[in-house]
Write a protein that binds this ligand. Structure first.
Ligand SMILES: CCCCCCCC/C=C\CCCCCCCC(=O)N[C@@H](CC(C)C)C(=O)O
Ligand SMILES: [Zn+2]
Ligand SMILES: [Zn+2]
Length: 483
């Protein structure tokens, strides 16, 4: 099951000396303090139209203060895009090497003070963990990327391969003003990327009950999405003489039908099948045999995957009812009822197919459909021996997490800013170099989000090594023979 990263050699390129990823005590203290400071800035995105712009601007000042070398080194050019997002261009020594991008976002979802064990914007350290909104999603990546570059530059490292660092300010509400504008800017400059690395997947641990060992999942695609609003209009009136059906009742029945009729299980035509095939030998008997013979056991495995919310989301299109609005007064029958749902589309289906299915399940002409936004699932990035981005991640995972024996492609069930960059590269990889257990997953957009100091240091180390690995890549011997 363990495939070695092919085509990459551990050796450094001639002329570039490898800098060990070891950090002094003072550097380690400074890096965790820098993360805490970032958490304390409440860069909340409330909606596409409302965000804490004061905090977004303050964040820009903050990174200038804590990463002075990044901002003062001549090979690094910095630009603000879309008012608050940041684009760094790190000029490498070898212009023949195609550049890549490290992508992250520093806006966060709201957090209600009362539910948390520690205030969500305190950045408090407790028992070796830094608490706060954004510690996993995604200020950890923003800060780790800049921190790794700062430490490399302090050590006089000059990259060979150029790269971009893009830090979005509105990922949590679509990325239209940040990531999308950065993408358009680079396209206008004629840039094509070798690959891009963003958030969206982890070293996952404990999501499949009988699989005791963690494995690294690099997401090579992400689900599509539809934000759909259903509306029912009926005649309003006095509640003392109600009609047989009201707008609320009709709509409630419609959404209940949707909840009772899950979208079809598409296990056989998705990347989860590939993921499980990579993992087969890690399972105890008889699961290892079952997973190695999916031609026979596919129906059984597809049902097993439905038992858990996360794996269920990987085998089918999901529908989550997220908003329900109707009525203004207890004795007034309202004219209008609205229900909004967030649909995540399995790659084997399209927006149009899913809308048809939803309409057929609702099967009531009184229910109007309003598509608020929609996009299909993202293209599948290559994960073969020649896929530079995938192989570099694979190589770096093996050196930074030697205990992780399986690295596998997978699908991201959420959406990321990386979807705005399909015009610049076919190699989009979503991977955060962190362990993630189900309880950590619940804390993302939930309560008590936290990262261990050690995990954060390891994330910095990972990026420190990844940047150097991108510089020492050599084409596979088989390719060279063909010249
Ligand atoms: C073989 C099964 C293993 C299962 C392990 C899966 C563990 C979960 C891994 C990843 C979780 C997904 C995190 C994705 C980040 C999503 C970021 C986000 O919330 N984006 C928004 C974007 C929207 C356009 C506002 C979203 O709602 O998706
Ligand atoms: Zn995020
Ligand atoms: Zn998020």
């Amino acid at each position: 099951t363990v495939s070695r990263p092919m085509g990459l050699r551990g050796k450094q390129q001639q002329g570039t000396s490898r800098i060990p990823s070891q950090f002094h005590k003072e550097e380690r203290v400074a890096m965790k303090e820098a993360l805490k400071g970032a958490i304390q800035i409440p860069t909340v995105s409330f909606s596409p139209k409302e965000s804490n712009t004061t905090a977004l601007a303050e964040f820009g000042e903050y990174i200038r203060k804590v990463f002075p070398t990044v901002f003062s080194t001549s090979c690094v050019q910095h630009e603000v895009v879309g008012e608050y997002s940041h684009l760094f261009t790190v000029q490498g020594l070898d212009p023949s090497l195609q550049p890549y991008m490290l992508l992250a976002h520093f806006d966060v979802v709201p957090a209600s003070e009362e539910d948390w064990e520690v205030p969500p914007f305190s950045g408090l350290e407790r028992d070796g963990f830094i608490y706060g909104r954004g510690t996993l999603d995604n200020k950890n990546s923003v800060m780790a990327i800049l921190q790794a570059l700062e430490l490399l530059l302090i050590r006089n490292y000059i990259p060979r391969r150029s790269f971009f660092i893009a830090l979005g300010h509105d990922e949590e509400v679509s990325g239209m003003n940040g990531a999308q504008k950065i993408s358009a800017l680079l396209q206008a400059r004629g840039i094509q990327l070798a690959f891009l690395v963003d958030e969206g997947s982890f070293i996952v641990d404990g999501f499949i009950p009988s699989l005791k060992k963690p494995f690294a999942m690099i997401s090579v695609s992400e689900k599509g999405a539809i934000n759909l609003m259903l509306q029912v209009n009926m005649t309003p009136g006095h509640s003392s003489a109600p009609p047989k059906e009201t707008s609320i009742g009709i709509l409630a029945a419609a959404v209940s039908r949707l909840e009772q009729a899950p979208m079809p299980n598409m296990f056989g035509s998705g990347s989860l099948k590939t993921t499980l095939q990579h993992l087969a030998n890690e399972f105890p008997f008889p699961t290892n045999l079952i997973l190695s013979n999916l031609w026979l056991f596919q129906p059984l495995v597809s049902r097993m995957m439905e038992r858990n919310y996360v794996t269920n989301a990987m085998v089918r299109t999901t529908i989550a009812l997220t908003m329900f609005n109707a009525g203004v007064k207890v004795n007034v029958i309202p004219s209008t009822a609205q229900a909004t749902m967030n649909i995540r589309i399995h790659p084997a289906q399209t927006v149009q197919e899913v809308l048809e299915l939803v309409k057929n399940i609702v099967a009531d002409d009184r229910v109007q459909f309003h598509v608020l936004s929609a996009f299909d699932s993202l293209p599948v990035s290559p994960s073969d021996d020649q896929a530079l981005g995938y192989q570099l991640l694979h190589q770096t995972i093996r050196s930074v997490f030697p205990e992780v024996s399986v690295v596998t492609p997978g699908i991201c069930i959420g959406n990321t800013d990386s979807r705005h960059f399909t015009n610049l590269t076919t190699g989009i990889y979503r991977f955060n170099p962190l362990y993630l257990q189900p309880q950590d997953f619940s804390s993302v957009h939930g309560i008590n989000e936290k990262i261990s100091v050690q995990a954060y240091e390891t994330q910095v180390k990972f990026i420190f090594e990844l940047i150097q690995n991108a510089d020492t890549y050599q084409r596979p011997v088989s390719d060279l023979h063909e010249l």
